[in-house]
Design a protein around this ligand. Structure first.
Ligand code: MN
Ligand code: MN
Length: 358
């Protein structure tokens, strides 16, 4: 006898039973998010056949070149989730301002923030891309949402998750009760629960960082990485592996499946940008997912989910994954800020070394 298949709607229905007052709106909203992800999966899967590769010959609010799939994915998210009738407004990486629902469209009491296609520079090389989403309560209920309504800390999220369009398409979701992983069954066009109750181990021997930015890192990050690189004979007394996929979704997915640490820390490359990743639709939803799986997420100086957003497209330093490694990095930042790390010297930072200290 095989275990019965549980689809995304069935999982959500079972979760809803835990809340007798639930109206079903939240469940239905998440089903529409799942539908948007299935629609995007189809286009990503078609690739060049759908005419979806290449640049859209435009830039978004971040000043990044938009790929055609960025634009198509954004429209799919907006259209699909608007049709569900459960949002009071939406915020997208691809739009300067929040999206206001047209007159006559049913409004709901939730706000949806999303990165419709994360890692879009990976599209043309057929490497994993994904969609990231965050669900907040609309402070004014079904009234049209204003700019300020979105500026809620990550701890206020009621659901978060991402889809990864890889060798198979998966949807990873938390509604505040652990993290569940669903795999898209393409023949049934349904997400099926395949990875229940995912956990991120507290320790790891694997870290991910863009080492080409090494000369811009702050001393606590240089210290951490150099200690990892020193391996078995260094202070950590073990060897580490390094990974870098340049797609947040793919990095977080690897960490959920087999553990690890991801860093896009604060650096001095562009002082106008205190980090690379966006708080409201990248760091916060990934933060909720990782913490619901027992991992930890931090800016290096404070817990990510406590950061109060100041602007819609705010960037933040992001460190997430194995709890003990994130806590170690927080300690290194605190020691640096208190001037306690002056004794730190590494052979990897002398003049002849590959890694030159700032
Ligand atoms: Mn992104
Ligand atoms: Mn994107």
């Amino acid at each position: 006898m095989t275990t019965p298949r549980v689809t995304l709607p069935e999982y959500l229905q079972a979760e809803q039973q835990r809340f007798p007052q639930a109206t079903g709106d939240f469940t239905d909203l998440l089903n529409h998010v799942g539908l948007a992800c299935r629609r995007i999966a189809h286009i990503v899967d078609q690739g060049a056949l759908a005419g979806a590769h290449g640049s859209a010959q435009a830039t978004n609010v971040q000043g990044e070149t938009q790929q055609k799939l960025d634009v198509m994915s954004n429209e799919i998210f907006l259209d699909t989730c608007q049709q569900g009738g459960h949002v009071a407004g939406m915020l997208s990486e691809e739009l300067d301002d929040p999206y206001d629902l047209p007159a006559g469209v049913a409004r709901g009491k939730y706000l949806l923030a999303f990165d419709p296609l994360d890692g879009s520079s990976n599209i043309d090389i057929n490497a994993p891309v994904g969609s990231i989403f965050s669900v907040l309560r609309a402070p004014k209920g079904t009234a049209p949402a204003s700019f300020h309504d979105y500026l809620q800390p990550g701890s206020a999220q009621v659901a978060a998750g991402y889809a990864i369009y890889g060798a198979s398409t998966m949807l990873m979701l938390t509604v505040g009760n652990g993290v569940q992983g669903f795999t898209l069954d393409r023949t049934a066009d349904a997400f099926v629960l395949t990875h229940p109750d995912m956990k991120v181990p507290a320790d790891t021997g694997e870290f991910a960082i863009n080492a080409s930015n090494q000369r811009f890192w702050e001393p606590p990050v240089s210290r951490y990485v150099s200690e990892c690189l020193e391996g078995r004979t260094g202070p950590r007394e073990k060897d580490f592996n390094m990974r870098w996929i340049a797609s947040l979704v793919a990095e977080v997915h690897r960490i959920l499946i087999r553990g690890g640490l991801f860093m896009y820390p604060k650096d001095t490359k562009d002082l106008a940008k205190p980090g690379r990743l966006r708080l409201l639709y990248e760091a916060n939803p990934m933060g909720m997912i990782v913490e619901q799986a027992g991992g930890k997420v931090s800016t290096g100086r404070e817990g990510m989910l406590h950061v109060v957003p100041q602007s819609l497209h705010q960037r933040v330093p992001l460190i997430l994954g194995a709890r003990n490694e994130v806590e170690r990095l927080e300690r290194y930042h605190a020691e640096h800020d208190q001037g306690l790390d002056v004794a730190f010297e590494s052979p990897l930072f002398n003049e002849r070394s590959l890694f030159i200290r700032n």
